[in-house]
Design a protein around this ligand. Sequence first.
Ligand code: ATP
Ligand code: MG
Length: 414
Amino acid sequence: MNDLLPDQSPVWQYLESQVKSVLQAYGYAEVRTPIVEQTELFKRSIGEVTDIVEKEMYTFEDRNGDSLTLRPEGTASCVRAAEQHGLLYNQVQRLWYTGPMFRHERPQKGRYRQFHQVGAEAFGMDGPDIDAEVIVMSARLWKNLGLLGSVELQLNTLGSAEARNRFKEDLVTYLSARKDQLDEDSKRRLESNPLRILDSKDANTQSLLNDAPHFHDYIDEESRNHFETLKTLLDAAGIQYVINPRLVRGLDYYGKTVFEWVTTALGAQGTVCAGGRYDGLVSQLGGKPTPAVGFAMGVERLVLLLEELGLVPEAVRQSVDVYVIGMGDNNLAAAMAAAEVMRHEASLRTVLHCGGGGFKSQMKRGDKSGAQFAIIVGDEERDNGEVAVKPLRDNGEQVKVKVQELATFMRERF
Ligand code: ATP
Ligand code: MG
């Protein structure tokens, strides 16, 4: 679990503001849910035999003896909240959320125990058009961040529940006969979660899968048509994708469309955004059957990627425009007043030097603040109703400016 410190927070704020403006442009509304839920919610949605529920949740009993869990992801909470407040009753919803998630995983680059996601969920629409919309929306964000060339869209369909079950049976039959050749995780999953075996990183297991039944041959016609239309819509929108027949996702509730945006620039933790359709989840949690599709992106991984690729605009890290210095106690009030004028009349981000010190050390701090200009008030300036304005980033001349003209003068320089 990490602290976010001032050298990093501007990058997070930049990313968050870009994300927010894209989500708003597509008509998505924010929901904020508690970070703890009843443990049961995650067991019922994510699935009892998934990695998350089996090994990764932070679960505890509260003082009433209720079992609570720090949310490991946002979709279940979002569905719970939407259902509880009647948002899904005979209407469509486009919702988004952001915040910390908790999973007890082995920490490494791009993998933490408290991490942050931004998620979008669209409810009440069963066609491929809304699948295309959420993908186009994520692509728009990559474009705005300059990332579009660095992430690859992988796409698959998991078909209907019936198709998945028929496939699962045949896959298990095939792999059970070759169980001794499987890696340990896959052996375990053979009983609990056989589809996840497709996802195995083990080379032996992967080569064994080459001759295994292929899901492609099991997909029901409706899912196949849905997938074809989705591809047509993505083509028309100019979105490139790669079909990855082994993409399965680690959560049980997905069906039909699944996708991931993957980068090679972050090592093993390459998935920056993942999602898909989950038409069964709302009814599974007690609501009326409601089709749904969504995604979640990993904020830490996106921040890492932006930094790695040098895509954080210089201005993002700059938080101060003007640094104001009053020379000596007699000039503190005038300096304070000048700083207020900068902030509220010139709309410039302004830091007032506090705590005294020699002129040199004050200028040094002004320089370190990143400000473009220093405003200096000395005895002579104050007596003449003026201040001195000194450019800090080039060798421009220091000039005297009348206090009444200061706001206009400074505004013109930004
Ligand atoms: P992975 O395969 O990398 O473990 P996942 O399938 O468990 O990912 P999801 O539950 O789909 O991930 O979460 C969506 C996104 O959230 C991931 O693509 C990733 O960017 C991010 N994410 C998931 N787990 C972590 C973590 N422990 N630390 C940081 N980011 C994470
Ligand atoms: Mg995971």
